[in-house]
Design a protein around this ligand. Structure first.
Ligand code: NAP
Length: 324
């Protein structure tokens, strides 16, 4: 198995890199964080960076994120042993189409998109024979975007989920898992439809609720916008952090995980109606029971090491690393 072999071969100090050439397509928050870790942990001999715009490419070069820079996606993947696509999920199909004739046989092609069924449907038809396509999703991020927003250690202690296909090569999967483990991630596998449901409830719906509540507050006529900002308490402030997330990324997540999000939103609306009724009828017992139960969920998250118990929602500890 690769992970065992790699553990022997690669000690992070002076042994051969995991990959000769890694190509990063998209160099925003996620792509640039990967680049920083690959460089500092010496996981590749050569990092090739490609992005859509000259402006972002130039910034990546100024930041010294790679060794080779190009806006030509096909050129970027020509010698790559590992290709990581880190673009908004809605354009993953177009990226796969652009690189399909240049991918090297035996290369691993993966992505970091927040939705998986749609990414597979878009990319798979373009994956040539002999290339190992392994969809992935690191559960790490922030509300910031672009190459300046990335930082070393973003993936440390966070999950990276894979949604392998029935034909996925076991050795290639182990090698990719070992790569993410070297970035500090814990790895797991599930099928794409299940991933999309899980992420709908733990990430997508919370972001939608945040976008909605901040929008509602901004629209209130009886409370001025300046009062919302001036008196914003921790609850609202925390929603604004989520609601400041990248509009392109989240538009694409909503459009490309539509079914799971609508299913979870329907459940959410039913539960909200129950809560609304309890408040209307002064049913303190129901409210107390629910709030006790949810507090236990919070405790479990802390016990699982996914957040700290610091007050003020752990702001000082998670502000730069909360994301997905
Ligand atoms: P980001 O910081 O906004 O960077 C996006 C990158 O994609 C940029 O290099 C951008 O290029 C490129 N891009 C945008 N539109 C493109 C197009 N039409 N064609 C080709 N390239 C395009 O985004 P990110 O936060 O890194 O997110 C990247 C992926 O990671 C998304 O699929 C997202 O779902 C997933 N993800 C995000 C998070 C998070 O918290 N942010 C967490 C986990 C996974 P230019 O700047 O040159 O236009």
């Amino acid at each position: 198995m690769w992970s065992k072999r790699l553990a022997n071969l690669w000690d992070g100090e002076n042994v051969a890199s995991m990959f000769k050439t890694i190509s990063l397509l998209g160099i925003g928050l996620i792509g640039s964080s990967i680049a920083r870790d690959v460089r500092s942990r010496r996981l590749a001999d050569r990092i090739v960076i490609s992005t859509r715009s000259e402006k972002t490419l130039k910034r990546a070069e100024e930041l010294g994120l790679g060794d080779v820079y190009t806006t030509d996606l096909a050129e970027a993947v020509r010698d790559a042993d590992l290709v990581i696509v880190s673009v908004p999920v809605g354009v993953s199909g177009a990226v796969a189409e652009a690189i399909k004739d240049s991918l090297k046989p035996g290369a691993i092609l993966t992505d970091v998109g927040s939705t998986k069924s749609s990414v597979i449907a878009q990319m798979l038809p373009h994956v040539p024979e002999g290339v190992h396509f392994i969809p992935g999703h690191p559960l790490a991020g922030t509300e910031h975007s672009g190459p300046d927003a990335g930082f070393e250690g973003l993936f440390e202690g966070r999950w990276c989920l894979f949604t392998p296909l029935p034909e996925t090569d076991a050795d290639a999967l182990e090698k990719l898992k070992a790569f993410w483990a070297a970035l500090g991630s814990k790895t797991d596998e599930m099928d794409a439809a299940h991933h999309d449901k899980v992420l709908a409830i733990v990430s997508h719906v919370p972001h939608i609720i945040a976008y909605n509540i901040v929008g509602t507050a901004a629209d209130l006529e009886t409370v001025t916008e300046s009062e919302v900002i001036k008196y914003s308490a921790s609850g609202f402030r925390d929603f604004t952090r989520l609601a400041a997330s990248d509009p392109t990324m989240w538009r694409d997540v909503c459009l490309h995980n539509k079914d799971a999000i609508l299913e979870m939103l329907a459940r959410f609306s039913e539960d909200l109606a129950y809560l609304q009724k309890a408040i209307r009828w002064g049913d303190g017992e129901k409210l107390f029971d629910l709030f006790t139960h949810t507090r236990a969920v919070r405790r479990s998250i802390i016990e699982a090491g996914q957040d700290t118990a610091e007050p003020d929602f752990g702001r000082a500890h998670t502000a730069s690393k909360a994301g997905e």
